[in-house]
Design a protein around this ligand. Structure first.
Ligand SMILES: NC(=O)C1=CN([C@@H]2O[C@H](COP(=O)(O)OP(=O)(O)OC[C@H]3O[C@@H](n4cnc5c(N)ncnc54)[C@H](O)[C@@H]3O)[C@@H](O)[C@H]2O)[C@@H](O)CC1
Ligand SMILES: Nc1ncnc2c1ncn2[C@@H]1O[C@H](COP(=O)(O)OP(=O)(O)O)[C@@H](O)[C@H]1O
Ligand SMILES: [K+]
Length: 545
């Protein structure tokens, strides 16, 4: 699954399935525990052979119930298993209580206390089944002392103890990827080498701290088959308004062929026609000495598929730009009047912001771009990508920008630019709201697609459709944190949106972010922004097959 469910959505799916009579809660718990064991043994085959020792911490809810199933399954394999319960056995919810009692027929349950845990023999596998989707507040102090086996400083070679988290490392909020804090002590949380999640990944696995804390995240199919459980919208099609999805070539537990996604988002991999059919993208540049950002955006637009790309710059920057551009055309344009004369109805996408400078001139050009209509020639208005200075120029009056933006606009802020336009949604004022939710609010407010950058890039459109692109784990590209990488992304969106046959802007933006990350992966460490457009042909060659 590529849907990023919230805890409430997961509970609703589970409840609907149980109420339909298709499955019982106990069966789901059994499948979850069994799936967690199978996944751990598949990841660590050395544990699949012979008898080992497990230390399992169970919590007061159903996450703890999964822990008791795991205990039983491992004991069945001949393992020695020490089980600890945080909380009181009599208060367990019914299914967890049943599994607690089943385990009591095989072994002991000790109260969770640092002294008793320290007295155990060194485990080969540590299982965190304390809290999952039910975490509602910060972890209690006592748990913090025992949740990270590697920090307990009791066992030799603690670094090699395998740490399995059931649904999530306890303390992580699965809706937000954040760690709730009581505001007085440092937030407390566990981390894991392997996190086994059920049915679908949750938003918190992919946002904020989730990817760092969860380690390898693997999803187990627990056989939820009802209508609510089905995946709703494949990447590359209109998103479901309620369920965020991953911008990744996957659907229904399987990999999509890359020619299907993102290949189908790229007109020149399949289309026919002349250069104007692929659209004319225009990138507005700043004054002398500030043109590099726009030139990189333009190069990226040309590489990604626009038939023609023109840089528009103030007249005094013409010479500088002419020295750097060949395939990309160049026109002088310093004000909205010039803009209106130059931009004809064949222009199908516009990119404004990189290196333009902050102020009234930029505001006026942004307003002209957002007012531009294509008349009879194009079947829809040009896509307008606003980045960097085009956003910051409206820091004092974001509403003035939102009065101009329309459905063919995409805003591509980083957190700093986002805070200028949406101060109440900024990271510092976000509180416990998830990045997905705040970008949804931003998209509704701006009436257009909003992309908020980061390792967890979130894209949302008005009405709730949202996507997360995760550049973490095997797709981590720390070397993308390089000046100008964002300019290239803005150009990439403009280039993919330029062709007459381009899909809608939300889908184009999802594909652009994935391609941007792939270009960075393809180049590797040492990357500078100029390298990104040059890697696109290599990335595209893998999509056509
Ligand atoms: N939803 C589903 O479809 C399935 C859920 N399963 C498991 O059930 C879990 C969810 O179970 P629950 O909803 O019972 O939630 P949890 O087991 O995650 O936690 C709920 C309990 O913890 C308490 N609690 C929350 N935060 C606390 C804190 N900081 N300090 C002390 N106590 C705290 C709550 O009051 C409640 O008693 C999932 O994560 C998963 O492991 C699986 O059994 C399979 C199916
Ligand atoms: N550590 C990272 N991992 C993945 N992507 C990153 C990382 N750092 C930055 N990026 C991506 O690189 C781009 C940087 O954009 P931005 O901050 O606007 O830079 P600039 O303004 O210098 O062009 C964004 O797309 C962002 O998501
Ligand atoms: K857990």
């Amino acid at each position: 699954m590529t849907e990023l469910l919230t805890s409430a959505q997961m509970r609703a799916i589970e409840l609907a399935e149980i109420e339909s009579g298709a499955v019982t809660g106990l069966q789901l718990m059994e499948r979850a525990g069994r799936g967690a064991v199978e996944t751990a043994l598949a990841k660590w085959p050395e544990l699949a052979k012979g008898r080992h020792r497990a230390l399992i911490l169970c919590g007061p809810g159903n996450n703890g119930g999964d822990g008791f199933v795991i205990a039983r399954r491992l004991a069945d394999r001949g393992w020695s298993v020490d089980v600890f319960l945080y909380g009181d056995g009599s208060g367990l919810p019914p299914d967890a209580k049943t599994n607690h009692d089943l385990w009591l027929e095989m072994g002991r349950v000790s109260p969770c206390a640092p002294e008793t845990i320290r007295a155990c023999e060194r485990p080969d596998l540590f299982v965190d089944a304390v809290f999952g989707t039910g975490l509602t507040r910060p972890l209690p102090d006592m748990l913090n002392e025992v949740l990270d086996v590697r920090l307990m400083n009791v066992w030799s070679e603690a670094q090699s103890i395998r740490r399995l988290a059931v649904d999530c490392p306890s303390g992580l909020n699965l809706d937000t990827g954040m760690v709730p804090s009581d505001g007085e002590t440092a937030p407390r949380v566990n981390s894991a080498d392997l996190t086994v999640s059920f049915h679908s990944v949750k938003a918190g696995h992919k946002l904020a701290l989730g990817p760092v804390l969860c380690g390898d995240v693997r999803t187990v199919d627990i056989g939820l088959t009802g209508p609510d459980a089905a995946e709703r919208a494949m990447v590359g099609t209109a998103p479901d308004p309620d369920r965020a999805r991953l911008a990744a070539p996957e659907f229904l537990h399987s990999d999509l062929p890359l020619r299907l996604w993102p290949g189908s988002m790229i007109a020149k991999l399949r289309g026919q026609g002349h250069k104007y059919d692929y659209g004319h993208a225009m990138v507005l540049a700043g004054g002398p000495g500030r043109g590099g950002a726009a030139r990189m955006a333009a190069r990226s637009a040309l590489r990604s598929g626009a038939g023609l790309v023109t840089v528009l710059c103030p007249p005094d920057a013409l010479t500088e730009n002419a020295c750097h551009l060949d395939a990309i055309m160049l026109r002088a344009c310093g004000d909205p009047d010039a803009f209106r004369q130059i931009v004809d109805d064949r222009v199908s996408s516009l990119c404004l912001g990189p290196g333009m400078g902050v102020g009234e001139e930029t505001r006026a050009l942004v307003a002209a771009a957002l007012a531009h209509r294509r008349g009879d020639r194009g079947w829809r208005d040009p896509a307008v990508v606003l980045d960097a200075d085009a956003l910051t120029s409206f820091a004092d009056a974001p509403d003035a920008l939102f009065a101009l933006t329309h459905a063919r606009t995409v805003l591509t802020p980083h957190e700093g630019e986002f805070a200028r336009l949406f101060p109440d949604l900024a990271q510092s004022s976000r509180g416990q709201r998830s990045k997905i939710d705040v970008v949804r609010i931003a998209a509704d407010r701006a009436g257009c697609v909003v992309l908020l950058k980061g390792e967890d890039t979130v894209i949302a459109q008005p009405g709730g459709g949202a996507s997360v692109h995760s550049a973490t784990g095997a797709r981590a590209v720390p070397w993308l944190a390089t000046a100008g990488a964002g300019d290239v992304l803005a150009g990439l969106i403009a280039g993919l949106a330029a062709p007459e046959t381009a899909p809608d802007l939300f889908c184009v933006t999802e594909a652009a972010v994935w391609l941007h990350c792939e270009a960075a992966r393809c180049f590797g460490p040492g990357l500078i922004a100029e390298d990104l457009p040059e890697m696109l042909p290599k990335v595209f060659s893998t999509l056509a097959r």
